[in-house]
Design a protein around this ligand. Structure first.
Ligand code: NDP
Length: 247
């Protein structure tokens, strides 16, 4: 039986985040997520309500340390201290490196990697005090293998796993596990924004022969959460249809 916990999934209004939120709710957890875009978040919350899902949705820009701290405080006040954190929010700003502006570099590093500091920092103290916690980073296959046009994104995503394996060492004795999920290409808005001919080339490189489904990533996240997974820490779970089989 799974113990009901308070979970914060950043970027829960997106493609993969929505599936993670739904999975955690189905497992009986109290789930919160955040938004930058209020109108989008309201529409998303209404859709979730229609489907019978009750999610706490709070404002919060994960690239901003103070806003992230405030967001965590709001979630903790309304649902109790965060026991499960899924660092999922992310963006792309693709271009080859010789054309990459400082803004394109910084926005991706701040949103995808800075966010991991900003949101994990306020939850880790209470997790240590409670003697239990789960932190899961949503990285990417491109953090493992690199990708043409994604020096900023791949650097941030590889950095997330460096964070995982360090925090895992510091947190193990407090009953906290820290792990990474590295998805391959999933058919969300982020990937559907890639030109169709590029997507066809990507799919041709995936042995399973298709893009992933968000629910398949949510399934991988949920593996790390129960007490039975207490001995799994510092892992990087690649889930990519066989696209990349390295570390
Ligand atoms: P989406 O674009 O569908 O969703 C991204 C989510 O992140 C949105 O809810 C967005 O909210 C939120 N977000 C972005 N920036 C911020 C910010 N500064 N503060 C708060 N929230 C923010 O992306 P996916 O669902 O496809 O991706 C989710 C994660 O999975 C990302 O980290 C991505 O890098 C990773 N990933 C995705 C893959 C894919 O194939 N789709 C493959 C490998 C990894 P808002 O709309 O309000 O900005």
């Amino acid at each position: 039986m799974v113990t009901a916990r308070t979970a914060l999934v950043t970027g829960g209004t997106g493609g993969i985040g929505s599936a993670i939120v739904e999975r955690l709710l189905a497992e009986g957890h109290r789930v919160a997520t955040n938004y930058r875009n209020e109108a989008k978040a309201q529409a998303w919350q209404a859709k979730m309500k229609e489907a019978g899902h009750d999610v706490l949705v709070v404002p919060g820009d994960v690239s901003d340390p103070e806003d992230s701290q405030r967001m965590v405080e709001q979630v903790s006040a309304e649902l109790g201290p965060v026991e499960i954190l899924v660092n999922n929010a992310g963006i792309t700003q693709d271009t080859t490196f010789h054309k990459m502006s400082p803004e394109q570099w910084q926005s991706v590093i701040n949103t995808n990697l800075g966010s991991v500091y900003n949101v994990t920092r306020p939850v880790i103290g209470p997790m240590r005090e409670a003697g239990w916690g789960r932190v899961v980073q949503i990285s990417s296959v491109n953090g493992q293998k690199g990708q043409y046009g994604q020096a900023n994104y791949a650097a941030a995503k590889a950095g997330m796993h460096g964070f995982t394996i360090s925090l895992a060492q510091e947190s193990a004795k407090f009953g906290i596990t820290v792990n990474t999920v590295s998805p391959g290409y999933v058919g969300t808005e982020m990937v559907m924004a890639v030109p169709e001919e590029v997507r066809a080339k990507i799919t041709a490189q995936i042995p399973v022969g298709r893009l992933g489904y968000p629910a398949e990533i949510a399934y991988a996240v949920s593996f790390f959460l129960p007490d039975e997974a207490g001995w799994v820490t510092g892992a990087n779970l690649a889930i990519n249809g066989g696209h990349y089989m390295g570390w």
